[in-house]
Design a binder for this molecule. Sequence first.
Ligand code: FAD
Length: 302
Amino acid sequence: MPEFDWSEPATVEETLDVLASFGEDAKLLAGGTWLTLVLRQGLLFPSVLVSLRRVPGLDRIAIDPDGSLRLGAMTRHRAVERSPLVRRGWSALADTYADVANVRVRHQATVGGNLADADYASDPRPSSPRSARRSTPSARAASAPILVRDLIVGHYETVLAPDELITEVVVPPVPPGAGAAYLKYRSRSHEDRPCVGVAAMVDLAPDGACRRLEVVVGAVAERPQRIGDVLASTTGRPLDDGAIEAVADAYAAAIDPLSDLRGSAWYRRRMIRVFVARAIRAALSRAGHEPGGDWNGKELPA
Ligand SMILES: Cc1cc2nc3c(=O)[nH]c(=O)nc-3n(C[C@H](O)[C@H](O)[C@H](O)COP(=O)(O)OP(=O)(O)OC[C@H]3O[C@@H](n4cnc5c(N)ncnc54)[C@H](O)[C@@H]3O)c2cc1C
């Protein structure tokens, strides 16, 4: 492990001051589950680690008056998974965090760290359309939120400047009567990162017509994949077996998956097809509709 200085600022402002004075030589430390691995491997060699553990308020879970969920950047995965607030309104998100790694990692790993490490094989990232608030020295705590899909610009690369930090993520409410689900497909061990991870949200009108369908596929490319025109084509139509299979086919055709140890591009394309259809059916089931197809609910956590 390389040698480095240690800083433990007591406020967001102090953190920003330390980051501004060290620039590229400083590295933020949250839960450390990712950072300690890359430090040990000698892939990064900061001169100072800036721990966020003494900054108060960064681990808050709260609901805004408009119904949005706020998760502080230092909220541990385990806290999200077990929060009654999150379970009540965003059960698919709670399930997603519960599916990361193992319980030891989840007790350490944070919401902000998972976003900021920009690993393509992240479970939480596709799980909900969300934005992150960041603080910069010029805009301080009041800086505008950034969409999560715009945060990642490449493999392990974000738009965050060295003197910026994520303070919280904001998750919009799931519309009343809608259902959401996240399905993670692991191709190797039970604790592995996803080979393919699909988040789906379905909102149907009383006559069964689709008001809104959201499907985001993670772990198959640098950034989570959402195919807007395919989703828009379902609006106003029944989300029957034919429509679900058509969306799954279109996602498999549109995404150009990467190959890695968890699966080749060829294999991933087939799994995208299977898991997009299943995730839509899981979301329908969560919304109290009959999902049809070969869906048997086994993959949906209780
Ligand atoms: C054994 C193992 C299994 C795993 N399995 C999975 C899995 O199945 N699915 C999955 O999604 N992930 C998995 N992970 C990844 C894990 O979720 C991430 O390592 C974790 O979320 C990173 O969070 P952290 O708080 O530990 O971040 P750290 O390691 O402390 O930091 C990660 C990076 O983010 C930066 N950073 C941290 N906080 C902030 C902030 N607030 N603002 C800006 N930058 C910040 C740090 O400088 C660093 O570059 C696994 C990790 C391990 C070790």
